[in-house]
Design a protein around this ligand. Structure first.
Ligand code: FAD
Length: 306
């Protein structure tokens, strides 16, 4: 059975694209290895998505979006797209080793969190080293945890963790945050957040579980060790774009270059959301991309298959 549209990624960009395409009467399948929700679904509270004056929890917002997608007839399935090619007018989409045909593909696979690459880290991922405060934070009630990073994700994660941990040590390599002023104001002076600025993590230690971080002060060069039960890393992202190599232009960092209608170098292939080369990676812009791509995919299918 040929799908009209296969959407890789069930975050806000992919779900919005599915709402537009399914509502237009197209046969739409979303695949995502972790189900619907995306990174937004792992965010404790979103204050800047319009329509929610008191903020909205990420899981709640993403639950609404996936219910809306399903109500219009989109299918949401677990699965990872590992390869993509176009033969004649159809795309062959490899999902968990099996090929599926689609008239159009919307690539909404987002980004993956970057790790620090320091000694000890790889062995301790999932054993105290985490990339998701909302997923793992509740495991560390009354413990001491660290957050590494200086952007909005790090500061939001640190605030969320204060609801569980007795102390949150926020480690940032510079003396100023690059997060929004609103977020900085919530963190600076917070009774449970200790700032460790001008500092980088050089090693993670632990016998089976994380026990401490070796931290270097970048100004003085001094090295110290801090005991923590967990560390949450928010140090950047890597775009999930590998299957698009050869089909779409990518930046040197791997972000997908698109036109205003979200089209790529291959007709019928669109890219949306955080995986795209763009100025601002947020839920509101992901949703906007998804709406445009949904409309563009519908137009492409009408012009080429109807
Ligand atoms: C901690 C944190 C806090 C944030 N806070 C805010 C905030 O307050 N406000 C705001 O607007 N934004 C916030 N953001 C950013 C926001 O979450 C993202 O901009 C948004 O989720 C991007 O949506 P997306 O659909 O492009 O990608 P994502 O939400 O990342 O979804 C991509 C999906 O694609 C899936 N996927 C990956 N590879 C494949 C593949 N090969 N095949 C199929 N599926 C695949 C992934 O599993 C994932 O579910 C935050 C992000 C983080 C990490």
């Amino acid at each position: 059975m040929v799908q009209d549209v296969i959407i890789a990624g069930g975050g806000p960009a992919g779900l919005t694209a599915s709402i537009y395409t399914a509502r237009a009467g197209l046969k739409v399948k979303i695949v995502d290895p972790v189900g619907a929700g995306g990174q937004a679904g792992t965010t404790s509270i979103i204050h800047n998505y319009p329509g929610f004056p008191d903020g909205v929890s990420g899981p709640e917002l993403m639950g609404f979006m996936s219910e809306q997608a399903k109500a219009f007839g989109a299918e949401i399935e677990y699965g990872e797209v590992s390869a993509l090619r176009k033969e004649n007018s159809l795309f062959l989409v490899t999902i968990d080793g099996k090929d599926y045909e689609a008239r159009s593909v919307i690539w909404a696979a987002g980004t993956s969190p970057r790790s620090l690459g320091v000694p000890g880290e790889a062995d301790l991922i999932g054993r105290g080293v985490s990339f998701c405060a909302i997923c793992d934070g509740p495991l560390f009630r009354d413990k001491v945890v660290a957050v590494v990073g200086g952007g909005d994700s790090a500061l939001t994660g640190a605030q969320f963790l204060t609801g569980y941990a007795k102390e949150v040590i926020l480690i940032h390599r510079r003396d100023q945050f690059r997060a929004s002023l609103a977020n900085v104001n919530r963190v600076v002076g917070h009774p449970r957040i200790t700032l460790k600025l001008n500092s980088t993590v050089h090693q993670m230690k632990g016998d089976g579980l994380l026990e401490s971080l070796v931290v270097r002060n970048v100004e003085t060069g001094s090295i110290g060790e801090i005991e923590v039960d967990a560390v949450f890393l928010y140090v950047g992202s890597i775009p999930n774009s590998a299957p698009l190599e050869g089909l779409a232009d990518l930046t040197s960092s791997g972000y997908v270059k698109t036109r205003e209608d979200m089209s790529t170098g291959t007709p019928g292939l669109f890219a949306v959301g955080d995986v795209r080369d763009k100025l601002l990676r947020q839920v509101a812009t992901a949703v906007g991309d998804g709406a445009v791509a949904g409309w563009s995919a519908e137009k492409y299918i009408i012009e080429n298959f109807r």
